[in-house]
Design a protein around this ligand. Sequence first.
Ligand SMILES: [Ca+2]
Length: 221
Amino acid sequence: MSRQVTLATAALLAVMCCVDAQRRLALPDPKSCANRVRHSTYRDARGVLHSYFFSWEHAPTRNLEVDWLDARNICRRHCMDTVSMETPQENEFIKQRIARGNVRYIWTSGRKCNFAGCDRPDLQPPNVNGWFWSGSGAKIGPTTQRNTGDWSYTGGYGQPQPDNREAAQGNDESCLSILNNFYNDGLKWHDVACHHVKPFVCEDSDELLNFVRSRNPGLRI
Ligand SMILES: [Ca+2]
């Protein structure tokens, strides 16, 4: 647990202080948290019930496509974060919803630790051991163990994912997207450069909900 927290903290600090002065993680807005749109709920293996938001199912965001950090920040203002699929069951739940909406791709909170603070030995090499869910702080298993994730066996170069294909053009593929049968491979995880714009899925953030609850005792969220 402490390792997860440390990783999450490292990610938070790195994004907040080093990305770009204009591009920081958003703080939650209590009213937006209380009024957040919930399309579905799912109880995970720990028994924790989370609400989910699917951007294509909400009229004002039906056609909205944003980059990875903007997606996180839209979710975070509502005490959510982009989705973290810690179990195969949750992954299937999300994939069924994407299939039902006939959506081509989405952003998740998945991220490769390749920024300041990611030089710990256990995160090396980053493309194998550096992937984690930034929404919850949980680590993703080594990408070389195919049964610990849902990475596609193929991609633009016919290589198993994550393949960091755009790195040759100077764009590290540091963010995790689910693509819907892009390479005739079904709904699968792909590493994608974070500046691409996509629809997104939000999931309740226990951290942000508890933060806002602790400071707004009268607020029902
Ligand atoms: Ca989750």
